[in-house]
Ligand binder design. Sequence first.
Ligand SMILES: Nc1nc2c(ncn2[C@@H]2O[C@H](COP(=O)(O)OP(=O)(O)OP(=O)(O)O)[C@@H](O)[C@H]2O)c(=O)[nH]1
Ligand SMILES: *[C@@H]1O[C@H](CO)[C@@H](O)[C@H](O)[C@H]1NC(C)=O
Ligand SMILES: *[C@@H]1O[C@H](CO)[C@@H](O)[C@H](O)[C@H]1NC(C)=O
Ligand SMILES: [Mg+2]
Length: 200
Amino acid sequence: MAKKYDFLFKLLLIGDSGVGKTCLIIRFAEDNFNSTYISTIGIDFKVKTIEVDGKKVKLQVWDTAGQERFKTITTAYYRGAMGIILVYDITDEKSFENIQNWMKSIKENASAGVSRMLLGNKCDIEAKRKVTTETGEKLAKDHGIRFFETSAKSCINVEESFLALARDILQKASKKPGTTGREVKITSSTEKKSSKCVLL
Ligand SMILES: Nc1nc2c(ncn2[C@@H]2O[C@H](COP(=O)(O)OP(=O)(O)OP(=O)(O)O)[C@@H](O)[C@H]2O)c(=O)[nH]1
Ligand SMILES: *[C@@H]1O[C@H](CO)[C@@H](O)[C@H](O)[C@H]1NC(C)=O
Ligand SMILES: *[C@@H]1O[C@H](CO)[C@@H](O)[C@H](O)[C@H]1NC(C)=O
Ligand SMILES: [Mg+2]
C-alpha cells in the first residue's frame, strides 16, 4: 500500500479576464494548450500531484473567472486557498495595473499568511510586450513575493512557478505543524507520472 500523497494544497489563480489563467492551469495539469478562447464561467479546478523535496504534494488548483460579474462568487473561494497566484498579461498594461486591485481583494478576502506569487504571462509574444520584466519584478519585490514571466503557450516557467509556490507553502507548513492542510491518505491506487512539457 503506497501513500497517494503527503500534503494537499489548495491554490487559486486570479487576474483579469484573458490573461491566461485557464491556459496556465491546463498547461500545468495536462501539458496541453489550445488557443481557442473560452472565458471561464464562475469557478473550476484541476488537480495534479507533484513531488516537492521528496514529498508528494497534491495541488488542487482553482481557476477563477476574471470577469467582474463573477467577483462575488470567486472571492468566496479566497479564504480556503493556501496559495494565490496573481496573473497579468505582459502585452496588456491594464491587466498589470489591475494587479493592485487583485492584491486588495486578497487582503480583504483571503486568509492572513496566504502565500502569494506574481506571474507575467504570454512572454512568448515579445513583440507585443507592454510591461517590462523589471516593472514586474519591482512590483513583486515591493510585496515581498515571487515573480516569474511565463508562457502557457510555449511552456515557459509554468511547472517551475507552481513548484516554487508549493515549496514555499510546504516550508511554511513544516515550520508550523497543524496549521495547514496536511493529509495522509493510505490508498493503493497509483497516479500517472507527471509529463514533461510537450509543445504542440
Ligand atoms: N501567446 C499566448 N497566448 C496565450 C497564453 N496564455 C493564454 N493565451 C491566450 O489568451 C487567451 C485567454 O486565455 P485564458 O486562459 O482563457 O484566459 P483567462 O485568464 O482564463 O480568462 P477568463 O477565464 O476570462 O478569466 C486565449 O486565447 C489563449 O489562447 C500564452 O502564454 N501565450
Ligand atoms: C480547441 O478547443 C476547441 C473548443 O473546445 C475545439 O473545438 C478544438 O477542436 C480544439 N483544438 C484542438 C487542436 O484540440
Ligand atoms: C470580501 O471582502 C469585502 C470587503 O471586506 C466584503 O464586502 C465581501 O463580502 C467579502 N466577500 C466574501 C465572499 O467574503
Ligand atoms: Mg479562464
